[in-house]
Ligand binder design. Structure first.
Ligand code: NZQ
Ligand code: ZN
Length: 394
């Protein structure tokens, strides 16, 4: 196990009706003028937004609203939020929604605390020093942005989707009421669950040894997601199922599972270009891309993939490590298929002829490779995308 510092300061307020505490949380953090940021329709349709605004009104907290965040959030709305925030002297941002709304809020927070163009941070021209604080009322168990140090934004003119990772990006609080996820369509529920699993596996597939404790946390959480997801797909109002997914999402990307080990993240980088280019749900893109990546790298550390197959999918240990490792990857794909996720390029609208563009975008702003388990150069990235395209012919 490698040395590490773990500091995840997001306060979790978990359970039924917890969104009612929102004004109290903001007051406690010194917020006096709140930008309430939300998505396209769900928070309005469910009545959640009205309830939140009433709570702020009742507490005498001035607020201004900005809706319209699209999945795979765009820079144009971030610029709008920064301009609005400046005009209204905003000192706190409340995200009501999922990863896209939270990421858009984080980017607005950075922009409000910076005189230049917020994209400078994404294009690595500048390093953020400060932000306006962000808190969230989460409505989907998925990206983990509610306690992560990341914010992913797509630049519209280039369709480049870029992630930023800085500790100041961790939200100050996350209100986690599983009931708020009852209205999610099955596809979004499943897509979110795949993202949770991918956040764990990006950390789990590692050459670092001596990490049994976090290995077991990873394996146990993947098993939990695989047992709870089918339950909530069958009964969307299964409170405990939703609750377990929600807490798993919040922890799976705040790095508790990743401490002390080298992490990979190549699948995420490839997927970000898929969702940037085709506007596919992030988790759905991962359901295609992560197994494609695995099939191209598993021979680098057969023992690690065999452990995954045995401990997560209950495969029998075998001398034939190659077959065992591949069986684990195939089980993962079968699970994705069983919960209605796409498992081929075609199903997410991706095209083989775009592979050179996808490779170019994935490598933009890197030193020529992505990932660390097996550093992927242009040739290896091409192979991963081609494997995903070959899934079309199964
Ligand atoms: O916009 P509305 O109408 O709210 O609809 C959303 C959206 O269409 C809908 N939805 C959310 N809560 C709902 C609901 N519909 C009904 N009932 C509810 N309770 O679900 C759709 C997806 O929402 P989105 O916020 O996009 O989902 P998610 O949380 O999966 O976020 C995805 C974004 O986060 C990024 C992804 O790349 C993607 O852009 N990620 C952010 C990370 C981070 N900041 O740490 C890490 C991740 O790896 C990921 O890259
Ligand atoms: Zn993700």
């Amino acid at each position: 196990m490698e040395n590490f510092i773990y500091h995840s300061p997001t306060k979790f307020i978990f359970g039924k009706d917890t969104e009612c505490t929102v004004a109290e949380q903001i007051h406690a953090l010194g917020g006096t003028r709140v930008l309430v940021h939300y998505g396209s329709a769900s928070a309005v349709r469910s009545g959640l937004l009205d309830r939140i605004l009433s709570c702020l009104d009742a507490a005498g907290l001035p607020h201004i609203e900005l809706g319209g965040v699209k999945p795979n959030p765009r820079d144009s709305l971030v610029y709008k939020g920064i301009a609005l925030g400046r005009k209204e002297n905003i000192d706190f941002i409340l995200a009501v929604g999922g990863g896209s709304v939270i990421d858009s809020s984080k980017a607005i927070g950075l922009g409000l605390a910076y005189e230049g163009d917020f994209w400078d941070f994404y294009s690595q021209k500048a390093v953020p020093k400060a932000t306006i604080p962000v808190g969230s009322v989460l409505t989907i168990a998925a990206a983990g942005s509610e306690s992560s140090n990341a914010a992913v934004i797509t630049q519209e003119k280039t369709m480049l989707k870029r992630a930023l990772n800085y500790e100041i990006l961790r939200p100050r609080f996350a209100i986690l009421n599983p009931e708020l996820t009852y209205t999610l369509p099955p596809y979004q529920t499943a897509s979110g669950a795949v993202d949770i699993m991918a956040h764990i596996l990006e950390r789990y597939i590692s050459d670092t040894t001596g990490v049994e404790f976090t290995d077991r946390l990873c394996e146990g959480t993947v098993l939990t997601v695989m047992s709870e997801l089918p339950k909530v797909l069958k009964n969307p109002f299964d409170y405990d199922g939703r609750a377990n997914l929600m807490f798993a999402a919040a922890l799976s990307h705040n790095n508790i599972f990743g401490v002390g080990r080298v992490q990979d993240w190549a699948s995420h980088k490839m997927e970000h270009e898929l969702s940037g280019l085709y506007d596919v749900a992030h988790g759905a893109g991962l359901a295609v891309m992560m197994p494609a990546w695995m099939l191209n790298v598993y021979q680098h550390n057969l023992d690690r993939f065999c452990q995954f197959a045995v401990r997560v999918f209950g495969k029998s240990p075998s001398e034939d490590k190659d077959t065992l490792a591949k069986a684990g990857i195939e089980e993962l794909r079968s699970f994705f298929r069983s919960v209605g996720m796409p498992v081929s390029f075609r199903e997410i609208g991706a095209k083989r002829e775009d592979i050179p563009l996808l490779v170019e975008k994935t490598l933009t702003g890197t030193g020529g490779t992505v990932g660390s388990f097996v550093p992927l150069n242009a040739a290896l990235l091409t192979k991963c995308f081609e494997t995903a395209a070959n899934f079309d012919h199964e």
